[in-house]
Design a protein around this ligand. Structure first.
Ligand code: IVH
Length: 688
C-alpha cells in the first residue's frame, strides 16, 4: 500500500473518529470502574461500545491497543448506572482499599439487547459445540443426553461484583472485581453482610463470586445520599470503616462457585445453597431457544416484584466441560451472555420548569413535559432535583430531553439531547412562588428555600405529612381538604386540625355528613397515637420512620426527648450527628415548642408503644460458635427482647457474646472500654 492509498483508506475509515471514540470510552469506563461516578447512561455507553466493536470488526488492522475491547476490565460495563447520579455519588467519600489480585480473572460478559441477539449467541454456542464435539466424543454425549439442560438463565442482579474466598469453610478474604485482574480488598466490609456466612456448613476451600447489592427497602431510607441502589451498594462496600458499611445493611447473591468438583452450573448453585450461601434466586434451565427467550422475558416481567434491582438476565452454558471447550475471548467467556433489559428511556420536549415548595420550604424544580409513553406509562412530569442538577445537565426550557423511568422511582431527566434556537435558560425565582417571601440559599447547601414557616405551601405539606398513613393515619384528611382549609386561612398549623367542627367539615367541597363524621372520629382516635408515629409526623428533617422508631424506643416520651443532650442522642446505634443536630434545632426552636404545647393542649397523648424487653435499647454482637443455640436463634432472642444486633464492633456496642473460636471481633472489643464481653451462659442469664 503506498502513502496515498493508505491515507485514502484512513480517510474512509475516519480513523480520527475511531481514536476519539477509544479515548471517550476509556474515560467513561474509568469514571465508572475507578471512581464509581458514571458520566453517561448505560444505554448510551452500550451503543458507543457497539459502534467501536463494529468498526474494529471491519478494520481489524487498525485496532488500537488502548481500545477498551483489548482490556479485560473495561468492557461493556453491564451494571453501570446513569449520568444523573454522579453528583450524589461523589458526595460519599470512597477510599481506595488495598489491592487484591484475583487468582483467576473476573471477566465481564457480552451483551444481547434483543431476541435476535440471543438467537445469534445460541447458534454460535451450538455451532462451536458441534464442531468441537466431533472431535471430543465425551462432550458430544453430553449434549445428546436430553436430561442435561444446556443452559441456565439467571436474573442479573444490579450491584457490584465481588469474589469471596473460604478456607476450610471459613471466610478468609474478599475483593471487588476492579479491572478484572486486580480488585480492592474489602474483606472486613464483606463480613458485615448478614446473609454472607463467615462459616460454611462444610469445611471446604472455595472461591465464590456474586453481586453485592442494597435492597430497595433499605435504599429508600438512604436515598437522599445516593441516586440508586447500585451506587449505594458500591459506595457502602468501599468504605474505610466497616462500621459504616454495616449500617448500610448490604446484601449479596452468589452466582458462581470455583473449586468444588461439580460438573454443572445448576448443580453448583444448588450445592452453594446447601452449604449456606445466599444463591441468586429464581434461576431456570432450558435446552431450547424459544424457552430461553421466554425465561428472559419472564424475569423481566418480575423485576418490579423483587426487593432488589435486576437489569437483565444471564444465559450460561450449564455444563462446565462444555464451558471449558468454548473458552473465552480476551474480553469475555464465549459460553455466557447477558441479556440486557430495554432501558426505559424516551426523548420528549421540555415544555416548562415549574417550582414546587415542599414542607421544609425547599424549592424543587419540576419538569413539565410533552406527554410521552415509557413502558406503558404516560409521563408528563419529571424531577430535576435542584438548580445544580439543571446547570450540570445544561437543560433549558424548550430543549429536547432524554427521560428515564426506573421502577417505581419518579421519572428523571437524564440530559438535554438538543437545545433549540428559542430554548430558554431557567433561573430559580428570587421569591417563593407561593408566599412571595425572599428565597434564601445556604452557601454549602444546594437547596434554595422559602424561609417563611407560615408559607401556605409549607403548612399544607406539614399537615399532609402529619395526617399521612405512615404517621398519624387520619383517614379521609386528604390533599383537597387541606388545600381548602389552608387557603381559607382556617388552619395555620398542625394543631388547628383538632379544632375543626362537624359543621365546618360538612361545608367543605366534596364533603358529606358521613365523611365529616369519619374524619372527626379518625381525629379522635389519633389522640392516643404511638410516640414513634407522632415523632415521625412532626416532620423534623432527617427523622424518617425508622429513625423515629429508634428514638421513640430510646426516649419513650417527648419530655425525655426534650431533655436529651447531643451525646445522649448520638450515643444511640444508627443515630448520627445529622439527626442529633436536627432534633436539637427543633427542640430549641420556639415555634416548634409552641406547636408541641398546642398539640398536647388538644389532648394528643402519644404513648410509648413498645413492650419493654429485658434487653431494651441494648446492642449485641456474637463472635464464634455458640453451644446451646445457633447464631440466628440467639440473634432472634436478642431482637425479641428488645435488643439490637450490630454487624461490627464499634463504640456503640454494649455486649459481645463470645462462643468457641471467636474471630477478630474479640480482640477489637477488648480495645474498647464500655463493651461487656460475656460468654453464652451469661448471655442466657441476661434474658431469663
Ligand atoms: S456471571 C463469567 N451471573 O453482571 C461469568 N453475572 O455483565 C461472569 N451479574 O460482572 C458473571 N448477576 O457483576 C453472572 N447471575 C449472574 C449475575 C452476574 C449479576 C453481574 C456481574 C458480572 C456482570 C456481567
Amino acid at each position: 500500500m503506498n502513502v496515498d492509498e493508505y491515507l485514502a483508506l484512513v480517510k474512509k475509515l475516519n480513523l480520527d473518529e475511531y481514536l476519539a471514540l477509544v479515548k471517550k470510552l476509556n474515560y467513561y469506563a474509568h469514571q465508572y470502574f475507578a471512581l464509581d461516578s458514571p458520566k453517561i447512561p448505560d444505554s448510551e455507553y452500550d451503543l458507543l461500545y457497539r459502534k467501536l466493536e463494529d468498526f474494529e470488526k471491519e478494520n481489524p488492522l487498525f485496532i488500537d491497543y488502548e481500545s477498551p475491547t483489548q482490556k479485560i476490565g473495561a468492557g461493556s460495563v453491564s451494571s453501570k448506572s446513569s449520568i444523573e447520579e454522579d453528583s450524589k455519588v461523589s458526595a460519599e467519600k470512597v477510599v481506595k482499599q488495598k489491592p487484591f489480585k484475583h487468582k483467576l480473572v473476573m471477566p465481564s460478559l457480552g451483551n444481547a439487547f434483543n431476541k435476535e441477539e440471543i438467537k445469534q449467541f445460541y447458534k454460535r454456542v451450538i455451532k462451536i459445540i458441534e464442531e468441537k464435539t466431533a472431535l471430543v466424543s465425551a462432550a458430544k454425549e453430553k449434549i445428546d443426553q436430553e436430561t442435561t439442560p444446556l443452559f441456565t438463565i439467571e436474573p442479573k442482579i444490579d450491584g457490584l461484583a465481588v469474589a469471596v474466598h473460604y478456607k476450610k469453610g471459613r471466610l478468609l478474604a474478599g475483593s471487588t472485581r476492579g479491572d478484572g485482574t486486580t480488585g480492592e480488598n474489602v474483606t472486613e466490609n464483606l463480613k458485615t453482610i448478614a446473609s454472607l456466612p463467615e462459616k460454611l456448613k462444610e469445611e471446604i476451600d472455595i472461591e465464590v463470586r456474586g453481586e453485592v447489592f442494597m435492597r430497595k427497602s433499605i435504599f429508600n431510607k438512604v436515598k437522599d445520599k445516593f441516586a440508586n441502589p447500585r451506587n449505594a451498594a458500591a459506595g457502602s462496600l468501599r468504605q474505610l470503616d466497616p462500621g459504616v458499611t454495616a449500617e448500610r445493611k448490604l446484601d449479596i447473591f452468589i452466582y458462581q462457585g470455583i473449586g468444588p468438583k461439580k460438573n454443572e452450573q445448576g448443580k453448583m448453585l444448588q450445592y452453594l445453597k446447601k452449604i449456606g450461601l445466599p444463591v441468586v434466586p429464581d434461576f431456570y434451565t432450558s435446552n431450547n431457544l424459544e424457552e430461553i427467550c421466554e425465561k428472559c422475558e419472564h424475569i423481566y416481567t418480575k423485576k418490579d416484584l423483587y426487593d432488589w434491582d435486576i437489569d437483565g438476565a444471564v444465559i450460561k452454558l450449564n455444563d462446565f466441560d462444555l464451558q471449558q471447550l468454548l473458552g473465552s475471548t480476551n474480553k469475555a467467556p464465549r459460553w455466557a451472555i447477558s441479556y440486557k433489559f430495554k432501558t426505559e428511556e424516551a426523548v420528549t420536549k421540555l415544555k416548562d420548569i415549574i417550582v414546587q415548595v415542599g414542607r421544609t420550604g425547599v424549592l424543587t424544580p419540576v419538569a413539565v413535559l410533552e406527554p410521552v409513553r415509557i413502558s406503558g406509562v404516560l409521563v408528563q412530569r419529571a424531577t430535576l432535583h435542584n438548580m445544580d442538577d439543571i446547570t450540570r445537565k445544561n437543560v433549558r426550557i424548550g430543549d429536547e430531553v432524554l427521560i428515564k423511568r426506573a421502577g417505581e422511582v419518579i421519572p428523571e431527566i437524564i440530559k438535554s439531547i438538543k437545545t433549540l434556537k428559542d430554548s430558554k435558560v431557567f433561573y430559580m425565582p428570587d421569591t417563593c412562588p407561593v408566599c412571595h417571601s425572599k428565597v434564601t440559599k445556604i452557601e454549602e447547601e444546594v437547596a434554595y428555600r422559602c424561609p417563611s414557616i407560615m408559607c401556605p405551601a409549607q403548612v399544607k405539606g406539614r399537615i399532609l405529612h402529619f395526617v399521612s398513613r405512615e404517621a398519624m393515619d387520619i383517614e379521609g384528611f386528604g390533599e383537597v381538604l387541606i388545600d381548602q382549609l389552608v387557603d381559607q386561612g382556617r388552619i395555620k398549623s398542625i394543631a388547628d386540625i383538632y379544632s375543626l367542627t362537624r359543621y365546618e367539615l360538612e361545608n367543605m367541597d366534596r364533603m358529606g355528613e358521613k365523611s365529616a363524621a369519619n374524619i372527626l372520629s379518625a381525629l379522635e382516635n389519633s389522640r392516643r397515637c404511638s410516640f414513634s408515629r407522632y415523632l415521625y409526623g412532626l416532620g423534623i428533617p432527617f427523622v424518617g420512620k425508622h429513625t423515629a422508631d429508634i428514638l421513640a424506643r430510646k426516649f419513650k416520651s417527648i419530655k425525655n426527648l426534650f431533655s436529651a443532650s447531643k451525646e445522649d442522642i448520638t450515643g444511640i446505634y444508627e443515630i448520627g450527628e445529622k439527626v442529633a443536630d436536627s432534633l436539637l434545632y427543633a427542640v430549641n426552636n420556639d415555634e416548634f415548642r409552641l406547636m408541641i404545647n398546642k398539640l398536647s393542649a388538644c389532648g394528643i397523648k402519644p404513648g410509648y408503644d413498645f413492650k419493654a424487653g429485658k434487653l431494651d435499647g441494648k446492642t449485641f454482637l456474637i463472635s464464634g460458635t455458640l453451644k446451646q443455640n445457633k447464631r440466628y436463634e440467639a440473634e432472634l432472642m436478642i431482637k425479641n427482647h428488645g435488643g439490637r444486633v450490630l454487624s461490627a464492633v464499634s463504640k456503640k456496642l454494649d455486649y459481645l457474646v463470645v462462643g468457641d473460636n471467636p474471630g477478630s471481633k474479640l480482640a477489637k472489643a477488648k480495645k474498647i472500654d464500655n463493651i461487656n464481653i460475656v460468654d453464652e451462659e451469661t448471655f442466657l442469664r441476661l434474658i431469663n
